[in-house]
Ligand binder design. Structure first.
Ligand code: ANZ
Ligand code: ZN
Length: 803
């Protein structure tokens, strides 16, 4: 039978898209299911075979849930602001809005050719004015609650292009575009106080169904640590240097201090420092380095002693030297540390290099002169006065109690998480809706003036000094203060790409609402998202940012759930045939268009799911695609062997119940590859038998429909079943009929009964032997002995002879 996938797929897609078959219903009495995939950045390259891996997986989930009676929301949209489009626009002198429109069109054509069951009536783009109006609105609420503030921050600055660069534009310390040196330069930036939410972002992970990797990565990124802050007096002055430590127990072993090169106290004492020139030179050198370079563990330690000041260790009154070094970061803790070389690796290396004393205060390891002893689980305090003899954990507590009592220090929790740098000096982003007035300071635009639209220009290049291109548009910049009516200027920075993607899942719920970001009763019905799938690379930025915004919206009463996503999973990468990452330069990129044209969408989708375990990286294989094509063709050809019978044939009854169970459970557990494999195994059985009943065909194509929706829908109509397949109920199975006939046999060792095991009645001798040897009790008894012989009596016993 001829399998004309082109015709079949076009026919069904035309129908689905013209009727919007998969639209979510506005009936809030139905049980709901909100399936979400990360919306793509519509790049000039078009869809990559990695995108459909995620989209097909949740398309399967969405289609199955509909068949199970859920009101399903499965939407799609575009994360369309951002740098690649802007850079392309600058290079080719085309407006970024046009580039975006063209790219979206292409992406949409591609997605439609694969037959995803998206509700296209809810399509959104972050670049639409009606959309970013609400991105700006959320920003204003953050501003009004004091969660947006402006601060000088170091940015990456290309010395040749004279522009600020995003981190991803800096490759190995040089500008990605011109190869020139990139330095750090201070610029005033809008910041969002995500750190206010650090603890809740950790605590609330508890109740969520996120894959463990994601939880761990988020926790590590937030990086909570418990310790103490304490003061070291500068000898002969009233000033003190405050440090943060997680190891207050080691205070007796603090033999010097280290400040970050940017530490404020240096300026105050500049006149007193005998080696100020050397200090200045070191500061300059440190300013060039990125934080990543500074904290690299393998890097040789460098630093300069501050000649002219000495600190006093508060517990033993010893005078200790003060250094600056780039391994101490300005933005963590207090930007200063007490150095304990005996018990910290970095301090140890520094002490060795500068010939500083290493004093052991925790005994338990080797000689601390040859290696730092960093273990905190075993070891007892020594050389530490009132702490001597205590375990580390107890010593930490006792020392902090002591410091608090004496007023020298106090308990303190720190987070690695930093506030979110929210400014970009770029054109293709949402304008920040604030105005600066000399009299009133920063004033928010009245909400009825939103959206503040991007002004038209054909000059998108950033300014000479790294200002946003908007700064050049003085007509737009100069305005009046909404507060006092006096002259004022607009903020010219724009928002980062992360802004629009931090709340897009809310807009899908009510994409055309113009009185709120979405109507409350709709948010209440659809939230939280039931299943969100996306890339691991978005764990610490997008996923965390959107959880933060959602929590904020919860706090101000916009949404009713404290968390946006109930479940989060992540797919593995699809690699090139050679096992390397797909990239243009490696010439191993597979274009979904080619696959759909040559093999059809059903084959392409099936292969995307069959390629390997969903959460693992897997190489593409054109032979694998061909194998799936043959499978799909065999499914099509079932139509040539179908009988008039409505029920299940006795020979295949068990196989069908087993397969329904397997496919149902595997789809729910993201084991798409084994579900497809089960359907492949079943079709072999069917062909072995030589015929399929109508009843069996109905079940078979229903099970395959979520993965291969077009040909199964066509087969449904051909077979004369009523209505449409996607409206049918998902098949049920009878648990009892999935079980093989079983028997209980005895397992013996040297003729003595040791255990009873239940096995399938039709096992071969070899399989019986294997089952006996895998039995825990037998395994234990046999371990370490030599098996001489195994005797099997089918359906009765296995006797293992050992010596
Ligand atoms: C004394 C000490 C002794 C430390 C010891 C460690 C081991 P986490 O767990 O990551 O929070 N530290 C503090 N501020 C720093 C900064 N701005 N730049 C670089 N290092 C900094 O680590 C806290 C520890 O990192 C602190 O505890 C401090 O060194 C260092 F045997 O203080 B510790
Ligand atoms: Zn004013």
């Amino acid at each position: 039978m001829d399998y004309n996938f082109k015709e079949i797929e076009k026919k069904w897609q035309d129908k689905w898209y013209s009727e919007n078959t998969f639209a979510a219903k506005n009936d809030f009495t139905l049980p709901k299911f909100y399936a979400l995939v990360e919306f793509p950045y519509p790049s000039g390259q078009g869809l990559h075979v990695g995108h459909p891996r995620s989209y097909t997986a949740l398309d399967i989930v969405a289609r199955k849930k509909r068949m199970e009676g859920f009101n399903v929301l499965y939407p799609m949209g575009w994360d369309a602001f951002g740098l690649p489009t802007e850079n392309y626009a600058i290079k080719n002198k085309i407006h970024p809005a046009i580039v975006t429109k063209n790219n979206i069109e292409n992406f949409k054509r591609q997605l439609k050719s694969i037959g995803f069951s998206f509700d296209w009536s809810r399509e959104i783009s972050t670049t639409d004015e009606a959309y970013y109006k609400w991105t700006q609105w959320i920003f204003l609420q953050l501003f009004k609650k004091g969660l947006a503030y402006k601060q000088e921050m170091p940015i990456n600055w290309c010395t040749s292009c004279k522009v600020g660069l995003a981190n991803e534009e800096v490759v190995n310390g040089v500008c990605e575009r011109c190869g020139s040196e990139v330095v750090q330069r201070n610029k005033s930036q809008w910041m969002l106080k995500i750190t206010d939410y650090a603890q809740r972002l950790i605590d609330d992970l508890e109740g969520l169904d996120y894959i463990e990797k994601v939880k761990t990565q988020q926790k590590n990124w937030i990086g909570r640590s418990e310790g103490a802050e304490l003061d070291f007096q500068i000898d002969g002055t009233d000033d003190a240097i405050r440090v943060y430590t997680t190891r207050a127990d080691t205070l007796f072993g603090a033999t010097y201090m280290v400040l970050s090169p940017e530490h404020k106290i240096i300026e105050k004492y500049a006149d007193k420092l005998q080696n100020i020139d050397e200090v200045r030179a070191y500061q300059k050198e440190a300013a060039r380095k990125s934080e990543f370079e500074r904290t690299e563990l393998t890097k040789e330690k460098t630093g300069v002693k501050l000649c002219g000041i000495t600190a006093i260790n508060p517990v033993n009154n010893e005078k200790i030297p003060v250094f600056i070094s780039d391994y101490v970061l300005t933005s963590y803790g207090t930007g200063a540390i007490m150095a304990v070389p005996a018990h910290d690796d970095r301090d140890w290396e520094f002490a060795k290099k500068f010939g500083l004393p290493i004093v052991e205060v925790v005994a338990g390891g080797e000689d601390v002169q040859s290696k730092a002893y960093t273990d905190t689980y075993s070891g007892k305090m020594v050389n530490s006065g009132f702490l001597n003899g205590l375990e580390v954990k107890d010593a930490i507590r006792k020392m902090i109690d002591f410091l608090e009592e004496k007023g020298i220090g106090k308990r303190k929790v720190n987070y690695k998480l930093r506030d979110w740098v929210f400014s970009r000096q770029r054109y293709w982003g949402e304008p920040i809706p604030l105005v600066h007035c000399d009299k009133c300071g920063w004033v928010p635009l009245p909400e009825d003036q939103l959206p503040l639209t991007l002004p038209e220009t054909d000059n998108f290049e950033p300014g000479e000094n790294g200002e946003s291109p908007l700064a050049k548009m003085t007509d737009w910049v100069n305005t009046t203060c909404p507060h006092c009516g006096g002259p004022a200027v607009r903020e010219t920075d724009t928002m980062p790409q992360w802004a629009g993607s931090s709340w897009y899942f809310l807009r899908y719920i009510d994409p055309k609402c113009d009185t709120a970001l979405a109507a409350k009763e709709k948010l209440d019905y659809w939230l939280p998202v039931d299943w969100y799938n996306g890339g691991m690379e978005h764990t610490t930025l997008h996923l965390l940012y959107s959880r933060f915004w959602h929590k904020f919206l919860y706090d101000i009463g916009v949404v009713s759930t404290p968390e946006p996503y109930r479940k989060r999973t992540s797919h593995g990468m699809i690699l090139g045939e050679n096992g390397e990452k797909m990239s243009k330069s490696r010439g191993n990129v597979v274009n979904p268009d080619d696959m759909v044209a040559e093999f059809g969408a059903d084959t392409f989708r099936t292969y995307e799911m069959f390629i390997g375990a969903f959460d693992q990286s897997t190489p593409w294989s054109i032979n694998g695609v061909k194998g799936c094509y043959r499978f799909i063709e065999r499914v099509w050809n079932l139509q040539t062997i179908v009988t008039d019978e409505e029920g299940l044939s006795p020979d295949l009854e068990k196989a069908f119940h087993k397969t329904i169970k397997k496919v149902s459970e595997d789809f729910d557990k993201m084991k798409f590859n084994t579900a497809i494999a089960a359907l492949m195994a079943l079709i072999n059985e069917i062909y072995k038998k030589g015929s399929i009943t109508r009843g069996e065909l109905k079940i078979y194509i229903t099970l395959l429909n979520p993965a291969a929706p077009h040909l199964t829908e066509e087969m449904w109509v051909n077979a004369g079943f009523s209505g449409f397949l996607h409206d049918t109920k998902w098949p049920e199975f009878d648990e009892a009929k999935t079980k093989d006939d079983t028997v209980e046999i005895v397992a013996q060792i040297n003729g003595k009964v040791k255990d009873k095991i239940v096995i399938s009645a039709d096992l071969s001798r070899e399989e019986m032997e294997k089952a006996a040897l895998e039995n825990d009790k037998i395994k234990e008894l046999v371990s370490g002995k030599t098996i001489v012989k195994v005797i099997c009596v089918p359906k009765k016993l296995v006797n293992i002879v050992v010596k």
